[in-house]
Ligand binder design. Structure first.
Ligand SMILES: C[S@@+](CC[C@H](N)C(=O)[O-])C[C@H]1O[C@@H](n2cnc3c(N)ncnc32)[C@H](O)[C@@H]1O
Length: 276
């Protein structure tokens, strides 16, 4: 059997991944991971060369399962509850009250977590809203979580988390909204289903259009895996998806000023938020 992944094939694959999902893989950092992944997939589908695997991926993947397997295998899903928690505080203390004042009565405030990974980010919003946001008495709030990786979306729907994942939640909040298991924690039944989770690719315009308009978009720790052109494309997609005066929040290593100038940046304490 020929060597499955040569340097030339690495570039063919990474070019394909980049065009479909915006994810930018580098030879020195990602060769081994991609090489192992392709070996596993070749065994699974009975392909004996990179050429056969790559052909299947591009031309014989009618239900999209091979592309989905590739995304599930190559994405980095690291996340935990209350990660960069100041942003959740700014959400409930500043952004939601402000948008509540200006949005017509009777319309829900809609928040998108893109990407949500296994759900810790959108559920952290829910916990902050339940604990601190007074406006829930007067206003419906809808939260949608999306990710390109179908395995993380399936996990998010189950609401089962490891000790590590919940380590930053204050003990009182943990005791109130989770059930302790022998290994890890389960979200209480009342919270299961409070986030609408979907498999979606931020580069797929059809996927994104179907989600509708939002008042707030959290997009943390995904743009770091993209290059400048892809970051700009995603930022403009978010701009189109936001209602007037809506906000985007990025991860702490991501800056909108380096991507586009269409948003107004505001600093609240140490947190940067970007308004349409
Ligand atoms: C490191 S996690 C970030 C999760 C969470 N936002 C946080 O900050 O903790 C990055 C996620 O981005 C997702 N992702 C990568 N490319 C994507 C794309 N094109 N569309 C949607 N999600 C994508 C990955 O599957 C992964 O779960």
């Amino acid at each position: 059997m020929e060597a499955l992944l040569s340097e030339e094939n690495f570039y063919k694959m990474t070019d394909y991944i980049y065009r479909k999902a915006g994810i930018y893989l580098e030879l020195d950092k990602h060769f081994d991971k991609l090489s192992k992944y392709i070996e596993t997939r070749c065994k699974a589908i009975g392909a004996d060369s990179f050429r056969k695997y790559f052909y299947t991926l591009r031309f014989d993947d009618k239900d999209g399962a091979e592309f989905q397997a590739l995304m599930n295998g190559m994405t980095v899903n690291e996340t935990y509850f209350y990660r960069e928690k100041e942003q959740f505080e700014v959400l409930v203390e500043r952004i939601l009250p402000e948008l509540h004042e200006i949005k017509p009565k009777g319309q829900a405030l809609r928040i998108l977590s893109a990407p949500s990974s296994t759900g810790e980010e959108p559920y952290s919003m829910i916990l902050h809203i339940l604990e601190e946001a007074r406006i829930v008495e007067e206003r419906d709030i809808e939260i949608v979580g999306i990710d390109i990786d179908s395995t993380v979306i399936e996990k998010a729907k189950l609401g089962k988390y490891s000790d590590r994942s919940v380590h930053a939640i204050p003990p009182k909040v943990l005791a109130k909204y989770f059930k302790k298991r022998t290994l890890g924690y389960d979200l209480i039944d009342d919270l299961i289903g409070t986030v609408d989770f979907k498999v979606s690719n931020v580069f797929d315009r059809g996927d994104m259009r179907k989600l509708g308009k939002f008042d707030v978009i959290f997009s943390r720790n995904m743009l770091i895996y993209f290059d400048d052109a892809s970051r700009k494309e995603v930022a403009m997609t978010f701009y189109d998806m936001l209602n007037p005066n809506g906000y985007v929040l990025l991860g702490h290593a991501e800056y909108m000023s380096r991507i586009t100038s269409v948003f107004k940046a505001k600093k609240i304490d140490s947190t940067l938020i970007y308004q349409k």
